[in-house]
Design a protein around this ligand. Sequence first.
Ligand SMILES: [Mn+2]
Length: 381
Amino acid sequence: MKIGLGLYRHMLTRDYYDFARQAGCTHVVVHLVDYFNQGTSPGSAQVSSNPRNNQPSGGKYEPWGLAGDPEKLWTVAELKSLRSDIENAGLVLAAIENIDPAHWHDILLDGPQRAQQIEKVKTLIRRLGDAGVPVLGYNFSLAGVCGRVTARQGRGDAITLGMDGPAEDVPIPNGTIWNMVYDPKAPTGNLPSISHDELWRRLQSFLEEVVPVAEKAGVRLAAHPDDPPMPTMRQQPRLVYQPHMYQRLIDLAPSRSNSLELCVGTMAEMTEGNIYDAVDQYSKQGKIAYIHLRNVVGKVPNYRETFIDEGDVDMLRIMAILHRNNFDGVLIPDHTPQMTCSAPWHAGMAHTLGFMLAAKAALESPQRYGIVAGPAAQGQK
Ligand SMILES: [Mn+2]
């Protein structure tokens, strides 16, 4: 297994790459969607107060920000230059995480621009292949990451995110998808609710069309589960909200290019199944492209994010399962509570990465540390 760091768009600078190296990372996962964009045109209303110094949070129903320019698809030159900047800093670009809602809203919505947007996503995948980017993470979700609240309820009074009940009261307004505004001029009104079957049908058509292109391009599509994993949010269905639903996604299009961006925190919030069995099941199949590591206390709709070394999940046990199943992809910290200092995000990441490095060292050289695998450890899932 490899240790990496996820960087948001405004963090794609040499300072952040150096920070990643200093914290012991060999790889980075990059977000090219600017979740924090509040628009620049004079007189345009700010859509949210999503601060840049943390994971994108928004309010319970407040969008993160404005989607990008529908006409500007990331180019091979941009991707290659990003990759070479990262490599010049001594790191490897492991994945691009998430597709801009501006480029695929009508794939999620089955809207009038669907056919054109399928072509855009295919082009994007080919460009990733040309630029030598091996993985594209995505989240096939209408409501996206929403419904969470921020509170000072972490260890040592850290500010952390969580849920304090369902988020069904406010439907998704027209012009918004995946918690971002792609059309600020959309007519007033809300998205009509659809069924779970319809959402799965949309995913299936998407995979049938793009997976063959991804195979040819040598790119793995990697699906994030629904965060938070509720059956419905904002009166719309969710896709992968229990651990076994990932298997359905995999089986829709059997291919190395149809893979998972497995989020341990999100899966720990699910109300059914067992997180250790799930990580075992999917890593054994070689279906995990990369991993988000995060700990939580509780389950939907009442949970909060915690530091890596506390919470409901035994992270060493998760990493031991991955090690035993020869997982050779990248693990990145997902989110952490904000640490009280002048660089809360950096401190949270460095703390998590230190834990991950120590766990990796112990798992890879058990004899050196006198950790002998006994029958109990071997039989443990
Ligand atoms: Mn995640």
